[in-house]
Each structure stands twice: as C-alpha cells, then as structure tokens.
Design a protein around this ligand. Sequence first.
Ligand SMILES: NC(=O)C1=CN([C@@H]2O[C@H](COP(=O)(O)OP(=O)(O)OC[C@H]3O[C@@H](n4cnc5c(N)ncnc54)[C@H](O)[C@@H]3O)[C@@H](O)[C@H]2O)C=CC1
Ligand SMILES: CC(=O)C(=O)O
Ligand SMILES: [Mg+2]
Length: 371
Amino acid sequence: MRIGCPREIKNHEYRVGLTPAAAREYVSHGHSVVVETGAGAGIGAGDEDYVAAGAEIVGAAEDVFSRADMVVKVKEPQPGEWAQLRENQILYTYLHLAPDPEQTRGLLNSGVTAVAYETVTDARGGLPLLAPMSEVAGRLSVQAGARTLEKACGGRGVLLGGVPGVAPGKVAIVGGGVVGKEAARMAVGLGAEVTILDRSIPRLRELDDLFEGRVMTRFSTPTALDECVFAADLVIGAVLIPGASAPKLVTRAMLSSMKPGAVLVDVAIDQGGCFETSRATTHAEPTFEIDGIIHYCVANMPGAVPVTSTYALNNATLPFGLALADHGLDALRRDPHLMAGLNVHRGRITNRAVADALGQSHVEGASALSA
Ligand SMILES: NC(=O)C1=CN([C@@H]2O[C@H](COP(=O)(O)OP(=O)(O)OC[C@H]3O[C@@H](n4cnc5c(N)ncnc54)[C@H](O)[C@@H]3O)[C@@H](O)[C@H]2O)C=CC1
Ligand SMILES: CC(=O)C(=O)O
Ligand SMILES: [Mg+2]
C-alpha cells in the first residue's frame, strides 16, 4: 500500500502524522511512503530524515492526496483537503465529526473510508488513540489556565499555588478521565486546591486512591457543579461521551455566579465543548471573554507542544496504522476495536453516536463494508 503524509495546515498545528521512525516501519512492512516536503519541520524532522527512513518526498499536498491509498494525518481534514479525498482511499486521523456537520458532509461526498483516532477502543474500555493527546491536553490545560489567570491576560490575578500566608487558587475539573486526571496532577503539583467532578463512582474511587487525599472528588450533579463553579478560579472542562457532542454542563446563567476574571478552559471543545458559552478558538487567539469570565477553547491544544505530542501520538497510532496498511479494510473486520474507529465509509456514517449527534442515520461498520 502507498501511505501518504501531508503537512498539517490547521492554525498553529505543528504535529505530523508520521515520524521518520514510523515511516521506516511502514517501509519495513513492504509499503511505500510519500511525505509532503516540510511536513516534519515542526518536530525538527527534515525531509532528509524521511528519505533516510525510506520515504519519498513530494512537493505539494496534492501529490500526497492523489497518490496515497491511505492518508495519515493528525487533525481533521480542512475544507481544501476534503476535496482531495476519494473512494477506495483510507483516511486515518482525528475527525471529531459530532459537532462538525460541514466536515461530515465533505467526507461523505468524497466517498473516503475514514477511521477516526478518537473512537478506536481497547479491551479495557479506553480510547487508546485519544489517550496520549488527552494526557498532553490535560497537562497543558493547567499551564494555559494558570497563565490566563494572570491579570495581563484578562484573568483575576490569582497564583494557583498561593504563597505562605495566602490561600491557593481553586481548580474545578469537570470530568475525571484521562484529561481530568492529568490536569489534576499538574494542578496539585502547583499547589492548587483541586476538586474533580465525574458521573462515574468507580472512577472517583480510583482518583481518590491515586491522589491520596490531595484532591476532593464530587459526584457531578447540577448542585455540585453550581457549588464548585461558584468557588473556582479555574474550571477545566474534560467530559466525554465517546463520539457524541459534549453535554453543556456549565450554562451561561452560571457565569454570573462566578468571580469576575475566573477562567474556563474547555478541553472538550473538540467535541463541541461542555460550557454553553464555548466556541472553538486557535492558538493565535486562544481566549475570549463572556460576562467577565475568560474562556480558553483551543481545539488542538497538543499542537502547541508538537515534539512531545507527535511522538506520543505515533506510539499509539502506529500498530493500528500498520494493520490497516498490511490488511486494508480487512484490518477493520479482524479487530472490533479498530472497527469502532470507522466513522464514514463510501458515503455512509458508520458510528451511531456521531450519527445521533448530527441527526442522521448510520449503518453498522460491518454491513457498510460488505455492501
Ligand atoms: N482540545 C484539545 O486539544 C483536546 C481535547 N481532548 C478532548 O478532551 C475530552 C476528554 O477526553 P478524555 O479525558 O480522554 O476522555 P475520558 O473518556 O478519559 O474521560 C471523560 C470523563 O468524563 C466523564 N463524564 C461523562 N459525562 C459526564 C458528566 N455529565 N459529568 C461529569 N463527568 C462526566 C466520564 O465518566 C469520564 O471519566 C474529549 O472531548 C477529548 O476529545 C483531548 C485531547 C486534546
Ligand atoms: C485530540 C485532538 O483533538 C487533538 O489532539 O488535537
Ligand atoms: Mg482537537
């Protein structure tokens, strides 16, 4: 199979779908790899590193899209990229289709077979291709929140760790999964007072054990949310219902109860966001203010630390990518966890949560593949 890796074109997105080391593994499996010139620049990988790995460098994204049997990316395809996808081609990348009807239409019209990293599953009920970026975004969310809390950035001027004699800042983390846990780790490290809210009691139990009393855990009811949001200097949105649009847990009305200059970091923005007032922002203009509350809603947070993120992502995506390259669509039939990643095939949506969120119908992946 010919594997293609274009340069990422989303705002301030410096990750790349394939590291030279990953390209080398595809080549060692007997595949050919084409990489757009400069695709690895953001991680310090030059064209010569890809050539040394056995890949071919091409001058333009069009040459990648037109020649590749499987396109490996990081971010959801942008409008100019949908137009270049086609039937009998696999797209392997993050998609986040639930809040994005336009992209969904673009992919359906192209006829492409699209496997979304964020809905591939594992035997323990996890999301192995989302987890590494959630680890990064969870850790970054506290850095971003702490910085935004500075007065010059519009925040209320609170140092999360406090100092001796002055109380630390309060952090409320809504959703205690991978993002939530990593955010808590960083916030605790800074010395903040941290509360994690989740709807899963077993998860709250795990977090309680893990943090040995250094975080408070709350079952996430509207009342608990009201109380924690009211008290918080920084609220981090980290809920997920896989494939679906994020539930809007913090409403606009709740903002008026918050301290002016408090900060919301909505990591769940890529699934539409879990604050009613969120809208996706970019690294170029990451924040905006509504009712005195500063919102940070960057949908590709890990793009800010592409060296760490690209290697973490490739570690996770490579085994499934190699299976797709080695076995084509049969890789999906052989592995129900990879099949869970199939979101779109030849003009049909194949993921129920995505279809429900968009008010459309879906067909099961296995039937779509055999049609
Ligand atoms: N903005 C960005 O750059 C990035 C965004 N993300 C996004 O962050 C979000 C969270 O991802 P993960 O932590 O990996 O998911 P996860 O599945 O590990 O955790 C989600 C948690 O939310 C909890 N939850 C669900 N409904 C809830 C509710 N009503 N109230 C409280 N908790 C609730 C679940 O029990 C679970 O513990 C996803 O939308 C993911 O796509 C991830 C990486 C980068
Ligand atoms: C998960 C995701 O959307 C990202 O890493 O950008
Ligand atoms: Mg994202």
